[in-house]
Design a protein around this ligand. Structure first.
Ligand SMILES: [Zn+2]
Length: 264
């Protein structure tokens, strides 16, 4: 672990801790968990779960796009793990190094190393960092061009990206939205190209992936991002991730799930 520069407060991590522990505490009340699960449940949960099995069970070339180190593992780590285990070849592309709001020297290097560690645990084939500014992804055609280049290079059959509508719109992250919007615009131009596009971090899931078989792998991969876990209690982190999995499972009968919105 790099030396600490000084013990200055890190707002991003402090906000993350606040959200995690608030979510975990609220969710430990059973009726809150049930209400959240009802809110997130797809209209046709059994169909959504069947579509999820089809997605993860078929080996494919996958392009997994994200804004910051740790997003992929947190929002769709179980899905990607199941796809890797089934023989899919996963190219992860991380737009920024998550460098801006850190508390250490050489934070970008640390976060890249953590992402590599998570990628090895997950079985991704490669990880590419685009080095765009953290919390400052360009909201103009430059972002679309950068994504188009990696899309063309990876020639994916399946693309993953953030849902620009976000899971909780009131707490939207500008980089997550920027990525989702750029992928939406690109997808429109590539609708005849044959690639399927799925949004993670969605509040409108229509595909549910059963992550119960890999929940321990997901916990491990999220916690590989050690520098982002520093203010979080490990039991709370595990508890919040499991709770999220139970909520996303909605009325499907699955124990833990990740929800996706299929754009095309
Ligand atoms: Zn993020």
């Amino acid at each position: 672990m790099p030396d600490k520069v000084q013990a200055r407060p890190d707002r991003t991590l402090a906000v993350k801790r606040f959200l995690f522990s608030g979510f975990y505490r609220a969710g430990s009340c059973r009726w809150v968990e049930r209400a959240a699960a009802r809110l997130m449940a797809p209209d046709h949960a059994a169909l959504a779960a069947a579509l999820g099995e089809l997605l993860v069970g078929t080996p494919r070339r996958v392009l997994a796009l994200t804004a910051h180190p740790d997003d992929l593992e947190f929002f769709c780590g179980g899905t990607l793990r199941r796809m890797a285990l089934a023989g899919s070849r996963i190219t992860a592309v991380v737009l920024s190094d998550g460098e801006k709001r850190g508390n250490w020297r050489e934070l970008a290097g640390q976060r890249q190393a953590e992402q590599w560690h998570a990628a090895r645990l997950q079985g991704y084939e490669s990880v590419t960092f685009l080095g765009l500014p953290d919390f400052g992804l360009p909201e103009d055609p430059r972002l679309e061009r950068a994504i188009a280049r990696v899309w063309d290079h990876a020639a994916p059959e399946v693309v993953f990206a953030f849902d620009p509508k976000e899971l909780v719109p009131q707490m939207a992250n500008r980089d997550h939205k920027a990525l989702g919007r750029a992928v939406m615009d690109l997808a429109r131009a590539r609708v005849s190209g044959g690639a399927q596009v799925y949004f993670y971090g969605t509040r409108s899931p229509d595909v549910l992936v059963d992550i119960a078989p890999v929940i321990a792998d997901k916990l491990r991969a999220v916690k590989a991002h050690q520098s982002q876990m520093v203010y979080l209690d490990e039991a709370e982190t595990d508890g919040a991730i499991r709770l999220m999995g139970r909520i996303m499972a909605g009325g499907s009968g699955l124990a833990y799930a990740e929800g996706l919105f299929r754009l095309m």
